[in-house]
Design a protein around this ligand. Sequence first.
Ligand code: DAH
Length: 340
Amino acid sequence: MIEKTSQLKKIFEEKLKNIKSVQDIEQLKVEFLGKKGSLQELMQDLRAVPNEKKKEFGQAINNFKQAIEKSIEEKQKELKKLEWKIKIESTPSYDESLLIQKDFGSLHPITIIQREVESIFESMGFTIENYSEIVDDYHCFEALNIPPYHPARDMQDTYYLSTGQLLKTHTSAAQNYIMRKYGAPLRAIFPGRCFRNESIDACHENTFFQMEGIMIDENISISNLIYFMKTMLSEVFGRPVEVRLRPGFFPFVEPGFELDIKCLICGGEGCPSCKDSGWLELCPCGMIHPKVLEMGGIDTEKYTGFAFGLGLTRLAMMKYGIKDIRTLNSGNLKALSQFV
Ligand code: DAH
């Protein structure tokens, strides 16, 4: 019987070597571990073994089973990775070498996404606001519950101007201005260009786009936040999107969250785009901190609100499969004119 086991082992290893696809491995799994598989056969044989030998043989079969399971699992992982690699490499995103055949201009991918998100929020009753790119310390930090010397300032490396003003590091800088301008109840989004002193690489830029949104009214809760985000993202991606919230810290919201969406490429199974987690981090958000509402002149006895800071640059990269953030600011018309 030991001999039969080691023969089967050899056959298994031989077959494993020739496996080329996830389907092949499923077949091999059934062949060895299935109800009518080789291991079941061995178990049947075990019945005929004298009692004093049963333990030894039983142990050998068990070891064999565990070894098979481990090898199959490893092979499955390896094949899945390979399949994703092939899928991603063969997915057309844009072609830098393509000649421009049109003799008219085209919109920048971020403009396309921005307009799309704007019209979705507009249809849900949000107004669209513009805000300056040069702001003061009060609006960018203090009015957001980030006092001087607060460690949260280290999260954003700011460009200061000689006037003492600064380039806005996030669209949240407009929150106070908009609360003061409209009062409550209020629904507004404010897209804008942001600047941070970052070293530039494929994932980081010193100039990028965000879209902030706030909604303030009586009885606003986290479920309103989830509803609006889910609706908007499903519209942007043209199919239902699943979202989840994880705790996240931002001084201007309490509680604060990171909103993730289920990976649109693998559907949550895990792939290189979502680093095998099945989820993609997309948008920080939270319930507006009462101090921030107060500084915005909002009556906190009556009103609550949510805020979110959508990364438009990130969203455009996800939607269009742009792998290098630098493409977006490159001015490379061959690349940039291909998005519709
Ligand atoms: N302003 C934050 C940043 O750029 C993002 C952010 C976080 C905006 C939470 C929000 C929020 O509105 O609720 O890092």
